[in-house]
Design a protein. Structure first.
Length: 77
């Protein structure tokens, strides 16, 4: 069974989408942690912890988004 060649147009589309959506998701979730820490005047350690937790949630969201994008726009074919 031979593999189909890589379609570089689709690959570049997926890379561009990953950069765009990743920046939006991780940036917005990081900013949400920062905003909540400032709004409630939390200790800097707690504020940083919120930022990290929210940014990890953004990365998880990016993972699921890219998994779906690759399923709908396969690289090979």
């Amino acid at each position: 069974m031979s593999k189909k060649p890589i379609n570089y147009l689709r690959l570049s589309t997926l890379v561009a989408v990953a950069i765009l959506v990743g920046t939006e998701l991780v940036g917005a979730s990081w900013a949400a942690g920062w905003a909540l820490g400032g709004l409630f005047q939390l200790d800097p350690l707690i504020s940083r912890s919120l930022e990290i937790i929210f940014s990890l949630a953004g990365l998880i969201g990016l993972y699921f988004f890219m998994r779906t994008a690759i399923r709908n726009e396969p690289i090979r074919g």
